[in-house]
Design a protein around this ligand. Structure first.
Ligand code: NAI
Ligand SMILES: O=C(O)/C=C/C=C(\O)C(=O)O
Length: 486
C-alpha cells in the first residue's frame, strides 16, 4: 500500500505519526468520501501496539516540552498557526473531500478557526498569572504545571477544528499529545502532523494514531502513563472511555451530544428567528450544538412555519465543493441509516413532515422539519445528528422553559425574543452550557464551553482549558527566620 495518497491534488501521508516518524500498520482501513461514496485511500489501521508506542513517545518527549519556556511554546504554536494559514486551501479541500462539509465554510470559517485555536491558546498562556497571596506572613505561590501525556479523541463532524480546539491548549500548557482522529475523517490530522513538524514542534510532542476507536481506544484511555483524556463524541463512547479511564483515575473532559432548543417568543423579530432556525441545517445537521427542537409561541407558530418553509426549501443541497451549495451529504451510510430510522419511527408514531422526511440519492438526506411530535417521543428526546428538526408550540413562558429543559442533555439553548428582561429570566432557568440570545454559534475561545447532564463533563476554553490540562500546584513558603514556635 502507498504511504501517501493524493487527495484533491494534496499529498496526504496515510501512516501514523509517532515520535517524529511515520509508522505504518500491517493492516489498513478504507477511507471513503461522503460526496460520492468512493474510496479515497487506504489508511494505517492502528493496533494497541501503535497506541502504546504513541503514548511512550509522548511520555519521552514530555520533560523537554514541559521545560520549554512559555514564550518558546507560544512562538511554536504561532508558527503552527502560520502553517495552517499557508495551507488553508489544501486543508479546506481535503477536509471537504473527507467529511463532506461545505468547502466554502472550511475556507471562510473553519480553517481560519483552526489557526485561531493555536494563536488564541498561545496568547492566553502568556496571560496566565502566577497567583501569589499571603497567609500569616507565608507566601502562597500557585503555578500551572503541565500534567503529562494527553489522549485527545475527536469526531468526524468538524475534524480539524475540534482536534485543534484540544491540541492547542494541551500543547500550550506544556503537555504532550496523542491525537486519535475519527476513522471516518482521518486525513487532516495527518496534515496537521506535517505542519506541526515544519513549525518546529519537537519530535514526540504531537503524535497521531489512526484507526478504529473500538480497536485502539482502550489501549489509549486505560494507559497508566496518560494524565488527561479529552473526548468529543457520543454518549455511549463517553461511558466506555470513562470506564476505561477509571482504572487509573485519569481526569476526563467530555464534550458530548445535545438536543438543544430554539425558543421563539411572540415578541421576537420573526425574520431573525427564521434565519437562526434555517442555520440549524448547517453541516447537514451534524453539529452537537444545533438547536434541533423549535419551541414556538402558539400565536406566531403558523407564520414562523410559513417563513421557515419558504427559506428552507430554497436551500440548495448537493456537492459540498460547489460555492452555491448550502447542505452537503451526511458522513457515512451508517449515519444515514440512523437518521432515516429516527425519522421513519417518528412518522410511524404520528409525526407530520412539514418538509423532507426522506433520503435523497447517495449519502444525502432531505432537510426535514417534523411537527405533531410528543415531548416524550424519541425524535424529541434523542440526538439525531442529521438535518432533522422538530417543531412544537407553547402557550406560556413557563411551558416554554419546561419543554426546553425536558431532555437528558444540556449543551446549548437559543432564545429569540425582543424583551431583554425575558431573555435574562429564561436564560437563568435553563440548564445549558451556552445560551445564545438572538444569535447562534457566536464563539469566543475565552468562554467556558461544554455541556451539563449527558452533554458532557467539565468545561474547556480560556483559563478553563488550562485548569483542565494543568496540574495546579500551591507552594507555601515560610518567611525568613520563621519557626514553628513563632
Ligand atoms: N458531540 C459531537 O460533536 C458528536 C456527537 N456524535 C454523536 O454520536 C453518534 C455516533 O457517532 P460515532 O461516530 O459512532 O461517534 P463516536 O463517539 O463513537 O466516535 C467519536 C470518536 O470516538 C472514537 N471511539 C469510538 N469508540 C471508542 C472507544 N471505545 N474508545 C476510545 N475512542 C473511541 C472514534 O474512533 C471517534 O474518534 C452520532 O450520531 C452523534 O449523535 C458523533 C460525533 C460528534
Ligand atoms: O466551537 C467549538 O469549540 C465547538 C464546536 C462544536 C461543534 O461544531 C460540534 O461538535 O458540532
Amino acid at each position: 500500500m502507498p504511504d501517501k495518497i493524493v487527495v484533491a491534488g494534496v499529498s496526504v501521508d496515510t501512516r501514523h505519526w509517532i515520535g517524529g516518524e511515520r509508522v505504518a500498520s500491517a493492516e489498513m482501513f478504507t477511507d471513503h468520501s461522503p460526496i460520492d461514496g468512493k474510496p479515497i485511500g487506504e489508511i494505517s489501521r492502528g493496533t494497541p501496539t501503535e497506541a502504546a508506542a504513541a503514548v511512550a513517545a509522548a511520555k519521552a518527549a514530555f520533560p523537554g516540552w514541559a521545560a520549554t519556556s512559555r514564550a518558546e511554546r507560544a512562538r511554536i504554536l504561532h508558527a503552527v498557526a502560520d502553517g495552517v494559514e499557508k495551507r488553508l486551501e489544501e486543508l479546506a479541500i481535503v477536509e471537504t473531500t473527507d467529511n463532506g462539509a461545505l468547502l466554502r465554510s472550511h475556507r471562510r470559517g473553519v480553517m481560519p478557526r483552526v489557526a485561531h485555536n493555536f494563536r488564541f491558546f498561545a496568547d492566553w498562556l502568556l496571560t496566565l498569572g502566577h497567583e501569589d497571596f499571603e497567609t500569616r506572613g507565608h507566601t502562597n505561590h500557585v503555578s500551572w504545571d503541565p500534567a503529562g501525556p494527553c489522549v485527545l479523541i475527536t469526531p468526524w463532524n468538524a475534524p480539524l477544528m475540534l482536534a485543534t480546539w484540544k491540541v492547542a491548549p494541551a500543547l500550550a500548557a506544556g503537555n504532550t499529545v496523542v491525537l486519535k482522529p475519527a476513522e471516518w475523517s482521518p486525513l487532516t490530522a495527518s496534515l496537521l502532523a506535517d505542519i506541526a513538524a515544519e513549525a518546529g514542534l519537537p519530535a514526540g510532542v504531537l503524535n497521531v494514531v489512526q484507526g478504529y476507536g473500538s480497536e485502539i481506544g482502550d489501549a489509549l484511555t486505560a494507559h497508566p502513563d496518560v494524565r488527561r483524556i479529552s473526548f468529543t463524541g457520543s454518549v455511549p463512547t463517553a461511558r466506555r472511555i470513562a470506564a476505561s479511564a477509571a482504572a487509573n483515575l485519569t481526569p476526563l473532559s467530555l464534550e458530548l451530544g445535545g438536543k438543544s432548543p430554539l425558543l421563539v417568543f411572540a415578541d421576537a423579530d420573526l425574520d431573525r428567528a427564521v434565519d437562526l432556525a434555517v442555520e440549524q441545517y448547517d453541516n447537514a445537521g451534524q453539529v452537537c450544538l444545533a438547536a434541533t427542537r423549535f419551541l414556538v409561541e402558539e400565536s406566531v407558530a403558523q407564520e414562523f412555519t410559513r417563513r421557515f418553509v419558504e427559506k428552507a426549501t430554497a436551500l440548495v443541497q448537493g456537492d459540498p465543493r460547489d460555492e452555491g451549495t448550502d447542505i452537503g451529504p451526511t458522513i457515512h451510510p451508517r449515519q444515514l441509516e440512523k437518521i432515516d430510522g429516527f425519522v421513519q419511527r417518528a412518522l410511524a408514531a404520528g409525526a407530520r413532515a412539514v418538509i423532507g422526511g426522506h433520503r435523497r440519492d447517495g449519502r444525502y438526506y432531505a432537510p426535514t422539519l417534523l411537527t405533531d411530535v410528543a415531548q416524550d417521543a424519541e425524535i424529541v428526546q434523542e440526538e439525531v445528528f442529521g438535518p432533522v428538526l422538530t417543531l412544537q408550540t407553547f402557550a406560556t413562558e413557563d411551558e416554554a422553559v419546561r419543554l426546553a429543559d425536558d431532555t437528558r442533555f444540556g449543551l446549548a439553548a437559543t432564545l429569540v425574543t425582543g424583551d431583554p428582561e425575558r431573555a435574562e429570566r429564561v436564560s437563568a432557568r435553563l440548564v445549558a452550557g451556552t445560551v445564545w440570545v438572538n444569535c447562534f454559534f457566536v464563539r469566543d475561545l475565552q468562554a467556558p464551553f461544554g455541556g451539563s447532564r449527558h452533554s458532557g463533563v467539565g468545561r474547556e476554553g480560556g483559563t478553563w482549558s488550562f485548569d483542565f490540562y494543568c496540574d495546579l500546584r500551591n507552594t507555601v513558603t515560610a518567611p525568613t527566620g520563621w519557626t514553628n514556635h513563632g
